[in-house]
Design a protein around this ligand. Structure first.
Ligand SMILES: [Zn+2]
Length: 89
């Protein structure tokens, strides 16, 4: 399966954050599958009170670059699905 990435934004936690995941990550698919949580409305029409998901990104670099565009958010990489990548930094 081709590897895709997703971005999770949460503005009710402190600090406000964005976290990058692989689309197959168990954390990203908790409660509902990631496909159900991603809206195609991107940065407009925010209906969610706490958080939202963005995707799909074709590379980790693309997901990180997008995350950096979201203002006032601490950028994090998932400690589960991107653990190997984090350790290689
Ligand atoms: Zn993850």
């Amino acid at each position: 399966m081709e590897e895709k990435f997703v971005v999770y934004e949460n503005w009710r936690v402190s600090p406000k954050k964005v976290m990058v995941h692989k689309s197959i990550c168990g954390q990203a698919n908790k409660d509902h599958s990631i496909g159900e949580k991603i809206n195609d409305n991107w940065l407009i029409n925010v209906h969610e009170p706490n958080d939202r998901w963005f995707g799909y990104f074709n590379s980790l670099h693309e997901a990180i670059s997008f995350s950096a565009l979201l203002p006032n958010r601490e950028l994090k990489l998932c400690g589960h699905c991107l653990k190997d990548f984090k350790n290689s930094l």
